[in-house]
Design a protein around this ligand. Structure first.
Ligand SMILES: O=C(O)CCC(=O)C(=O)O
Ligand SMILES: [Fe+2]
Length: 395
């Protein structure tokens, strides 16, 4: 007998390797290597534009409209437009779907028009980059963050810090991530920041004070595209479903797996292998299996990523609601000194993640631990500390 959870099997292989399979599948994975799926040439661009890849395969007029939209977007993200020009900004995309470098302004003295354009690009590109901002001091770094949102502490609302993270004593808003030969560290695990909290920070503004001569890049992945590229069956199975996140094996917050962005209205895949413990309302082994499949899909699609090479004074400003990041830990024994300002939503209503259903109803994340417990850094035992050494991360 089928149990309630066994509706349509979201893990069932669907037509992999069949001729003309692109006509009836859109996910490019399960039951085979995703990168051998020949529909990728159309499917991944479709995901980046939020288009329907199946319909593109069946309807040439629709496909040519999508192509037109993508060409239009590419022209904007490569060349800019009148509004950017009026603000004195030029841009260059790192990849078709995610990441753009913005040039022509000074973080210490941004104009209102520049702030408006930076936010516009931030929402569209999920992460934006600036170069040559090494002259800014902590006050200017904080002031720049305040142009967009409220300033949080290292963990957003939580002030107390864990290992590897320090703040100058009179600047709790500045988080230092310093690594060198004797203090090796990198947040080398896919994540969106602080998802163990039901009030995760909306974004971060990370400045490189000292970049390694080689290595230490940061990779970003577009979580809208990850959501859009799932099969309709899997989307239906996951929509409205929650996953539990936490640190150190604890259950601290339940978040919708399909998270609706409060400003763009787009849906993003909101699970990560750093903090997500399990999917709710599934048997533990089924949840583990599905998470593994999802991660395999999420992190094996270079089409949805961009990779940023740091230089001294470079800045990355990312949106935790629409992308994830991974700091590549290949730079030891070199020095890598980063400083971060964390931004939190001004609106309480938007700060707690939610999934918005087709009737406009918001289904919010839940806090599962006491506020006091959430506000306390996780204590790793000495054994674990020694064993994990450079890998444990809370932010
Ligand atoms: O060091 C980096 O590039 C990113 C570190 C990180 O994960 C963070 O600041 O949230
Ligand atoms: Fe992070």
């Amino acid at each position: 007998m089928k149990s309630e959870n066994e509706v349509a099997d979201p893990l069932a292989p669907r037509d992999m390797n069949k001729p003309r399979a692109h006509r009836n599948r859109t996910d490019g994975w399960i039951g085979g290597r995703p990168d051998t799926w020949f529909g990728h040439y159309r499917e991944n661009p479709a995901s980046r534009g939020g288009a329907d890849a199946r319909r593109m395969a069946a309807d040439n007029d629709y496909a040519s409209d999508v192509a037109k939209d993508l060409r239009h977007d590419d022209a904007l993200f490569l060349n800019g437009d009148k509004e950017l020009e009026a603000a004195g900004l030029t841009i260059e995309s790192l990849s078709p779907g995610i990441g753009v470098e913005i040039r022509g302004f000074d973080m210490a003295n941004p104009t209102d028009a520049q702030i408006e354009q930076i936010w516009r690009l931030y929402l569209l590109r999920k992460v934006v980059f600036f170069r040559d901002q090494g002259h800014i001091n902590w006050d200017e770094h904080i002031a720049f963050g305040k142009c967009f949102a409220d300033i949080g502490f290292a963990y957003g609302r939580q002030r107390a810090l864990g290992r590897n993270y320090t703040s100058p004593s009179d600047y709790p808003e500045i988080l230092r991530l310093y690594a060198d030969e004797s203090q090796p560290f990198a947040a080398a695990n896919w994540h969106s920041d602080v998802t163990w909290s039901n009030q995760p920070p909306l974004g971060s503004i990370l400045l490189s004070r000292k970049s390694p001569p080689v290595g230490g890049d940061t990779v970003f992945v577009d979580c809208y595209a990850l959501w859009d590229s799932l099969s309709p069956t899997l989307k239906e199975f996951l929509q409205g479903r929650m996953a539990v996140h936490g640190r150190g094996g604890r259950d601290e917050a339940a978040h919708p797996i399909c998270r609706t962005h409060p400003e763009t209205g787009r849906n993003a895949l909101y699970i990560n292998p750093t903090f997500t413990n399990y999917i709710c309302d599934m048997a533990p082994e089924e949840s583990a299996k599905l998470l593994a499949k999802l991660y395999a899909k999420m992190y094996s699609t270079p089409e949805h990523t961009c990779r940023f090479r740091w230089r001294d004074g470079s800045v990355a400003m990312w949106d935790n609601r629409s992308c994830q990041h991974y700091a590549v830990a290949d730079f030891w024994p070199h020095e890598r000194k980063m400083e971060r300002v964390t931004i939190v939503d001004r609106s309480e209503e938007n700060e707690v993640p939610f999934w918005q259903d087709e009737n406009g109803k918001r289904h919010f994340s839940e806090r599962l631990a006491s506020q006091e417990s959430i506000d306390t850094p996780v204590g790793y035992g000495d054994d674990i500390l020694n064993y994990q050494n450079d890998t444990a991360s809370e932010a």
